[in-house]
Design a protein around this ligand. Structure first.
Ligand SMILES: Cc1ncc(COP(=O)(O)O)c(C=O)c1O
Length: 411
């Protein structure tokens, strides 16, 4: 049999999907599973989005569309960027893709040759590592532990950029931690980036409308306009508009770079389907009350999650201020056991929690921080309370495995 390309061996299945599959399997067996594992918003887009789709089926052609994105969609994106405080972008600075994930893949393909260096902070979104590996790029990961609230410092960034990496990739608000950089923190990072002109910047800002506590959303180009010529800002309709399966992502960046992405689009996807384009235009141009209401709702749930986690002795959880994730440090459980099952690390913890309490979470090692785990808190409030209570119970039932072993050895 002929051999598959080497790059397929470098691609790994998503760690999040592995847990989600196991949770689905337990559910199919009739277990009462609470699923905190997958980052899917629990709401549907507004009626106006479905109306636009129905309307499209009456009039439109089903023809191929523009590689860049339809003019109406590009205009809607320009307006969306302006509402987020990102002025001065035109149709020529924008293109679309099949979700932010495909936009990111295109971007990495456009910016990175094999062996090139891409730098990003950890905890990171899992696909960053996978995409770099598929493309044969060298990933340099900057650890940002819970003690520094999972945030990158300007000094860390300055040091990492001294080697002139090809790309710096930055996610704010963060999946998996829910951390949001303040205005001053972004301004300080922008000053550092301005000192290193040989590095492209990818800002993965797909959670920018889900920011709590009045911190607001900021991007480095607002503080250092000269960064625009090498910064690509990614966004998507998945999380903000409850449209993950509709697969609409977009990017704003320098004209020449975006033109290269359009050429990749012409070879990878041709275009966004017209029917999806109609839905995306309706979501972006229509009433914004659903995203605003969801932000309030998620902020409230964040409070519930934080309160429950902080009530567990030894668990530390920096306060998430955006997206819909909490990322507690659960390392206090390592070296203990539950019902005789030893917990040596985050993977043991998540596996045992799922098997014993039917609560699905994702081990932090999938995001480059093995002391923690990710809780996605988008499920219904009753489920959320049930899952949090089970996590508390799980901790209360842990016993000291090492002490038990020592006692057994001495008996
Ligand atoms: C940080 C981050 N970037 C990008 C994506 C991809 O989003 P999309 O559904 O638009 O492909 C996700 C999805 O979970 C994400 O969390």
């Amino acid at each position: 049999m002929p051999r598959l390309a080497t790059r397929t061996g470098r691609a790994k299945p998503s760690a999040i999907m592995v847990i989600a599959d196991k949770a689905r399997q337990l559910k199919a067996e009739g277990k009462d599973v609470v699923n905190f594992s997958i980052g899917v918003p629990n709401f549907l887009p507004g009626e106006h989005v479905y109306a636009a789709v129905r309307d499209w089926t009456q009039h439109d052609s089903g023809a191929y569309g523009s590689n860049r994105g339809s003019p109406e969609l590009l205009d809607a994106i320009v307006a969306h960027l302006q509402q987020s405080g990102l002025d001065g972008y035109t149709r020529n600075h924008i293109t679309v893709g099949i979700g932010a994930k495909q936009v990111l893949y295109n971007l990495c393909e456009a910016l990175l040759d094999e062996g090139d260096e891409i730098v990003f902070p950890a905890p990171y979104w899992t696909s960053y590592v996978d995409i770099a590996e598929i493309l044969g790029a060298r990933a340099t990961i900057l650890p940002c532990p819970p003690e520094q609230h999972y945030k990158l410092t300007p000094a860390q960034l300055d040091k990492a950029l001294a080697s002139n990496p090809k790309v710096f990739l930055f996610n704010n608000p963060s999946n998996p931690t829910g951390m949001v950089y303040t205005r001053d923190e972004i301004a300080a990072l922008a000053d550092v980036l301005a000192k290193h002109p040989n590095t492209w910047i990818i800002a993965d800002d797909i959670y920018n409308r889900l920011v709590f506590d009045g911190i607001g959303y900021h991007n480095v180009v607002q503080f250092r306009p000269e960064l625009r010529e090498r910064t690509f800002i990614m966004d998507s309709l998945s999380k903000t508009y409850g449209m993950p399966g509709w697969r609409v992502g977009f990017v704003a960046g320098p004209e020449a770079g975006v033109k290269a992405l359009v050429t990749l689009n012409s070879n990878h996807i041709t275009c966004l389907p017209e029917i999806i384009t109609a839905a995306a235009v309706a979501a972006l141009n229509g009433p914004q009350d659903i995203p605003a209401a969801k932000r309030e709702e998620f902020a409230k749930r964040r409070d519930d999650v934080l309160q429950a986690l902080r009530a567990i002795p030894g668990v530390k959880c920096p306060r998430p201020q955006g997206a819909f994730y909490a990322f507690p440090d659960i390392s206090v459980a390592f070296g203990k056991s539950h019902n005789g099952k030893p917990i040596e690390n985050d993977v043991d913890f998540c596996k045992t929690l799922l098997e014993e309490k039917f609560v699905a979470t994702v081990p932090g090692s999938a995001f480059g921080e093995p002391r923690s785990l990710r809780i996605s808190y988008t499920c219904a409030p009753a489920q959320l309370q049930k899952g949090l209570a089970r996590i508390q119970e799980f901790f209360a039932e842990l016993s000291d495995a090492r002490a038990e072993r020592a006692r057994a050895a001495n008996a």
